[in-house]
Design a protein around this ligand. Structure first.
Ligand code: SF4
Length: 81
């Protein structure tokens, strides 16, 4: 979850999002950069499921959401239309 991209309709889980405390930099790395740190933080985040659901429902294409990279979410969309 990335505060600046959330709509006001989705307030429930963002207050507990770990990335709101760490900043968005890890979650939107430069192309080709590692997403390991973002994933590590997501792994400790209690909002991970809600975050991933939100990203899939809103077709978020960029960055790490719910512990999954752009490519991993893309793959998930292919198997679960
Ligand atoms: S799962 Fe990751 S991207 Fe989502 S709210 Fe938690 S820390 Fe942020």
């Amino acid at each position: 979850m990335h505060i600046e991209t959330l709509t006001p309709a989705d307030p429930a889980w963002q207050a507990q999002a770990l990335c709101a405390q760490t900043g968005a930099d890890f979650f939107f790395p430069e192309p080709g950069s590692s997403v390991r740190e973002a994933k590590r933080i997501c792994g400790m985040c209690e909002m991970r499921s809600a975050c991933l659901e939100y990203a899939l429902a809103n077709d978020e294409r960029f960055g790490v959401w719910g512990g999954l990279s752009e490519k991993e979410r893309q793959n998930l969309r292919r198997v679960t239309p």
